[in-house]
Ligand binder design. Sequence first.
Ligand SMILES: C[S@@+](CC[C@H](N)C(=O)[O-])C[C@H]1O[C@@H](n2cnc3c(N)ncnc32)[C@H](O)[C@@H]1O
Length: 251
Amino acid sequence: MTNVYENELLVEQYLLFHYGTAEDQLPYRHGPKEALFYPVRCVSEFLPPIGAVARALDLGCAVGRSTFELSRWATEVIGIDLSRAFIAAANRARESGRVKIRRQEEGDLTTEFTRELPQELDRERCRFEVGDATDLREDIGQFDLVLAANLIDRVKSPIKLLSSFSTLARPGCHLILSSPYTWMEEFTPKSNWIGGRYNADGTAESTLDGLKKVLTPDFDHLRTTDLPFLIREHARKFQWSIAQATMWRRK
Ligand SMILES: C[S@@+](CC[C@H](N)C(=O)[O-])C[C@H]1O[C@@H](n2cnc3c(N)ncnc32)[C@H](O)[C@@H]1O
């Protein structure tokens, strides 16, 4: 199966989603402004009560904004993504501190501009790697914070991903999961969905139920909240979603 996240159009879309200003993304009187800056909010919503940490891991980091945001709190941050094109874009941002964005307008029309990363982000603390979040290199070590935003419904085996958190997170350390639970067989065979389906006895199993079932042996469930996000496809078409974010602490 070809990886949709290698597609140049998606790289452009994600660069805008991660690094565009409010005006770049939604230059209208209308629209859900509170859904902007999701990759920033995945960190700012949770980190203040946790405070400074040593090592953080951003799984499915895409073009890297949450990884950079984690550098406000962590002395070392690793961002991992399966897409070479996304990681190449994240590395360009890391090296230069700026991103060139080509925004889709309508049809073939595009607009190009450059945006700077916030000065106070410590890019030196961040490293990006191409890798499979469900099959990480053995020497990756343990982390004080693991973030997986919009990833669990994009991997082949969510159970494999969730099971890996027990060894990745040090005891007492935190896990942040956020996802709109858009289960699609294109990414995850239905037999592997951890929720969003009916059990054999006809009872409904939500993804939150599934997460609790898999994670509670090793994690305490601390918090659940809604995190809206907006991805601009072109000037007059947007994807508006409301992710459910959960926070967990390793026992
Ligand atoms: C929906 S995007 C979300 C990206 C980013 N966290 C965000 O919130 O903008 C899903 C990301 O997961 C990556 N991905 C999919 N399967 C993966 C895997 N097995 N390991 C690592 N990354 C994966 C994709 O390449 C893509 O960048």
